[in-house]
Write a protein that binds this ligand. Structure first.
Ligand code: 8BR
Ligand code: ZN
Ligand code: ZN
Length: 345
């Protein structure tokens, strides 16, 4: 039996290494990694990226502690269609691509790179597969706990820090008090910005701060704003992926929405936008998501982050695909009002 175990382990290692050779490409397939690595894509990819960047050595983080932390985080992601460990791994991968391909490493400190990657890893931790609106409407204990404000994002952060502060899992433990404070504050500001109800406010702030006159990297708020932009671009990257992956992720988010819609119907609550499986128009929703949310966001950052050009091309290709899937519907209008946009979030 021992020999069999050894063979099995080596097979997993070989398969994993094979998938990981594509880590620098946009068509890196996180589901393949997950299959090769027995459901631990997030932990495996995080380890590979930290190793590649030499972050544990540079920052003096104990590898055993990192391993224990990642094991706990991987285990806390739930088996929901979209917001599972594969989504966290996918966002981590996208953030890694942006950091390494957009020369962000040149001005980002190791601590900033580290904060951003940890934020990506934990940003949807313990996601229950239902939205803030539903948690609030159903008076879920989480909504009560966080007073209806960024309920999920607070939950992801608080649960992840609870794990981190357990014995043997504190990857910040050896930093100075000042460093710990700065890294924790940065991770909090990063994960909270993934709350999509803040999307347009954030876009406005980025425009003023980063694209406006007098921009400089000395100001801490400006640096945070760019890190937030990287995480947001990464969080929404599935819409820009090669078609097969983009369609798979879209199907997954819709499955999760439809599960929520079914629960809302059971509870006699109004069904949230996009969550009614009887009435949904998936191509139309994806087109709106691309045209009003993702594309404008990427365009804003593309001049500072050349890798986004390729993502914008991916978005354009997928826009064409969803357009072709629209049956007998008029061309999607480009001037739908802001109210409509807010409704789809
Ligand atoms: P989170 O991953 O933090 O939840 O943010 C992404 C949100 O964007 C989703 O929860 C969902 O509301 C919306 N979204 C839609 Br609509 N289509 C999406 C897609 N194809 N990929 C990712 N997010 C999508
Ligand atoms: Zn989220
Ligand atoms: Zn997410």
């Amino acid at each position: 039996e021992k020999v069999e175990n050894q063979v099995e382990k080596e097979l997993v290692a070989t398969e994993t290494a094979k998938v990981l050779t594509k880590i620098h490409d946009l068509d890196f397939d996180v589901f393949e990694l997950n299959a090769a690595n027995q459901g631990e894509a997030l932990k495996c990819l995080a380890t590979a990226i930290f190793t590649e960047l030499g972050l544990c050595e540079k920052l003096g983080i104990d590898k055993g502690t990192m391993d224990a932390f990642l094991t706990a985080i991987q285990a806390g992601y739930r088996q929901v269609p979209y917001h599972n460990g594969c989504h966290a791994a996918d966002v981590l991968h996208a953030a890694y691509l942006l950091i390494t391909r957009c020369f962000l490493e040149e001005w980002m400190t190791d601590e900033e790179v580290f904060s951003l990657l940890v934020a990506a890893i934990v940003h949807d931790f313990r996601h229950p597969g239902i939205s803030n609106a539903f948690l609030i409407a159903s008076k879920d204990p989480l909504a009560i706990l966080y007073n209806d404000r960024a309920v999920l994002e607070n939950h992801h952060l608080a649960s992840a820090f609870m794990e981190m502060y357990k014995s043997g899992q504190n990857i910040l433990g050896h930093f100075s008090v000042e460093q710990q404070k700065a890294i924790r504050a940065r991770i909090i500001q990063l994960v909270l910005i993934t709350d999509m109800s803040e999307h347009f406010e954030f876009a406005g702030r980025f425009k003023t701060r980063v694209l406006g006159p007098g921009f400089n990297l000395e100001k801490e708020e400006n640096r945070i704003c760019i890190l937030q932009m990287v995480l947001k671009c990464a969080d929404l990257n599935s819409a820009a992926k090669p078609q097969k992956l983009a369609v798979d992720w879209a199907r997954r988010i819709m499955d999760e929405f439809f599960n929520q819609g079914d629960k809302e119907k059971q509870l006699g609550l109004p069904v949230s936008p996009m969550c009614d499986k009887e009435a949904a128009n998936i191509p139309k929703q994806q087109l709106r998501f691309i045209e009003f949310i993702v594309q404008p966001l990427y365009e804003m950052f593309a001049e500072h982050c050349p890798a986004l050009e390729e993502w914008l091309q991916g978005l354009e290709a997928n826009r064409g695909y969803w357009q072709s899937q629209m049956k007998d519907e008029p061309q999607s209008q480009s001037n739908i009002r802001r109210a409509t946009v807010n409704k789809i979030l």
